[in-house]
Ligand binder design. Structure first.
Ligand code: HXC
Length: 513
């Protein structure tokens, strides 16, 4: 018994007091402190505390630390089981050894058997250099498990320190990445190698800090101002997710009346179609208690994605954002939304789509970068999804973008439109310019041309820029009063709660990656 107590105490010290102090000085918590902050008090069951590495090369046999640089086990968050690994930077820089990888693989395997989420906290110098290919093999074994677990259990990665080299690919294979601002970074090749190979001088932060991955690469889904905030984000995220792909998400307790109306919505769409507004005002208005957990908030801001509850039912929101690039769909927005839709579909989370989209972003830059195959990803994701899909067309739904945004023909279950909806092949001015191209070219007087366009555009608007033409064909199930939107969504979600739909048997699809 004495030995057990002594050994546990030793293990809890990781790489020792000095290194713990150094960790704190950098504004970082230790691996064990992070586990304690994340899990319900007293719920942590630790595995493999007494594991040590087996390497003798480079005198490493003289540097033995119990737990070998990673804390693993399971516990609960809000009473629900999760598996966890937390890399300990105080032990050989949290570097990944053969034994360290075996510990991680053990919890990954158990998470899969039990059907519970996996949370990995990354803070590591990467592959343990002294172990060579054995360490690389450890990474590969983790990657393989990340792939097998994908779509089976939710996988969340926190980046609370360095994450460099091939090590970045485990977080990249998981569903959500959470970074802590200023104390974490991710890159495949660090500043030193970049300088040698390309001559470019760049700092860790500018190359792979949280801001870069939140705004430019889209690699991170959430950024906490610090680790504490990052941990709160993980807890909040989990509250929307089921334990695994065979379970439903938890039903939240809802104090917000299901039939709450919001008069403000009846006038929220500006009179002029070219005037933007913030779609997040609508999301906050219709969601339970106005709460919205936005995913990739700073990336591809022309589309908004995230989680809400409707009368307690966990739901994914996808919404065009007229406030940014007029809500056009571009490459990044298509990829962002496609990934989110596929996540929701994999984990039985219904999707509500709010549509106000003038079309795909035009221009050579988008075409050259592949808006065709990237836009196709979003069509694919919606068309493949079998979870309940509710669509509300708020204003513009033009051309291919109408089809993409969860249209009836892509198996939308309930498709509503506000009276302000405009559903057509293209906007009025563009349409008139195509339809009357020859007449317009024959007109020399610009004023005469402008009047001609305006007159015909008015006729076009009368015909197509409303929801009734689409409703006439049953592509829109109903035109609803905006103030009733919350209530109508909740009723649709309740009706769809027993929805069954499936795709034909196949090994997997060949979606245009
Ligand atoms: C073994 C390592 C290590 C590693 C750090 N340490 N990285 N030991 N293998 N990969 C040790 C250091 O020797 C040091 O030991 C302690 O951890 C803390 O490191 P410091 O350098 O003192 O800390 P800091 O100044 O904060 O710098 C952190 C760091 C730096 C930026 C992460 O350590 C670093 O650049 N490490 C190497 C990163 C790297 O190139 N890794 C390989 C990536 S490629 P002492 O005893 O002094 O405390 C890769 C391939 C994966 O990972 C492939 C997967 C497919």
């Amino acid at each position: 018994m004495k030995r057990l107590i002594a050994e546990r105490e030793k293990a809890r010290l990781g790489g020792g007091e000095k290194r713990i102090e150094a960790q704190h000085k950098k504004g970082k918590f230790t691996a064990r402190e992070r586990v304690d902050m994340l899990l319900d008090e007293g719920s942590f069951e630790e595995y493999d505390m007494f594991v040590t590495h087996r390497t003798t090369d480079f005198s490493l046999d003289k540097e033995q630390y119990l737990s070998d640089g990673v804390i693993t086990g399971h516990g609960t968050i809000d009473g629900r089981t999760v598996f966890i690994f937390s890399q300990d930077f105080t032990v050989l820089g949290g570097s990944l050894s053969e034994t360290n990888a075996l510990k991680i693989c053990k919890v990954m395997d158990q998470a899969m058997k039990v059907g519970a989420p996996l949370i990995g906290i990354n803070d590591s110098g990467g592959a343990r250099i002294q172990e060579g290919v054995r360490s690389l093999s450890g990474y590969a074994s983790i990657f393989q498990r990340n792939i097998m677990a994908s779509g089976v259990i939710p996988q969340i990665s926190a980046i609370f320190g360095p994450c460099a080299g091939g090590a970045v690919y485990s977080p990249a294979l998981t569903d959500f990445v959470v970074m802590a601002d200023k104390t974490s970074y991710m890159f495949v090749t660090g500043p030193k190698v970049v300088k040698t190979v390309t001559g470019e001088s760049i700092t860790d932060e500018d190359l792979g800090g949280a801001t870069v991955h939140a705004t430019k690469s889209g690699v991170t889904h959430f950024v906490g101002a610090n680790e504490t905030e990052g941990i709160l984000l993980i807890k909040k995220l989990l509250s929307y997710l089921p334990q695994n792909n065979l379970e439903e998400p938890p039903l939240a307790v809802c104090s917000d009346p299901a039939d709450r109306l919001d008069e403000k919505l009846n006038t929220i769409i500006p009179e002029k179609p070219s005037i933007p507004y913030d779609v997040k005002d609508i999301i906050h208005s219709i969601a339970d208690n106005g709460e919205f957990l936005e995913v990739q908030r700073q990336y591809a801001r022309n589309i908004v994605v995230g989680f809400v509850t409707f009368n307690g039912i966990s739901t994914g929101i996808v919404a065009n954002q007229p406030n940014f690039l007029a809500g056009c769909l571009d490459i990044n927005a298509s990829r962002k939304a496609a990934r989110f839709v596929r996540f929701c579909d994999a984990f039985n989370i219904p999707i509500v789509t709010l549509v106000d989209v003038p079309g795909f972003l035009p221009g050579s830059a988008q075409e050259f970068e592949g808006i065709i195959s990237n836009g196709a990803k979003l069509i694919f994701a919606y068309g493949e999804a079998t979870v309940p899909k509710i669509t509300i067309i708020l204003r513009k739904a033009y051309g291919g973008a109408y089809i993409v945004m969860s249209s009836k023909q892509l198996r939308g279950d309930v498709n509503y439109a506000w009276p302000t909806a405009e559903i057509a092949v293209m906007g009025p001015i563009g349409a008139i310019e195509v339809l009357y191209n020859r007449d317009l070219q024959a007109m020399e007087n610009p004023e005469e041309r402008a009047k001609f366009v305006a007159d015909n555009a008015a006729e076009y608007r009368e015909k197509f820029s409303n929801p009734y033409e689409a409703a006439k064909y049953g592509y829109i199930d109903d035109v609803i009063e905006p103030r009733n939107t919350r209530f109508r969504i909740i009723r649709a979600l309740q009706m769809l709660s027993t929805k069954k739909d499936a795709n034909p048997p196949k090994k997997h699809s060949t979606l245009p990656l």
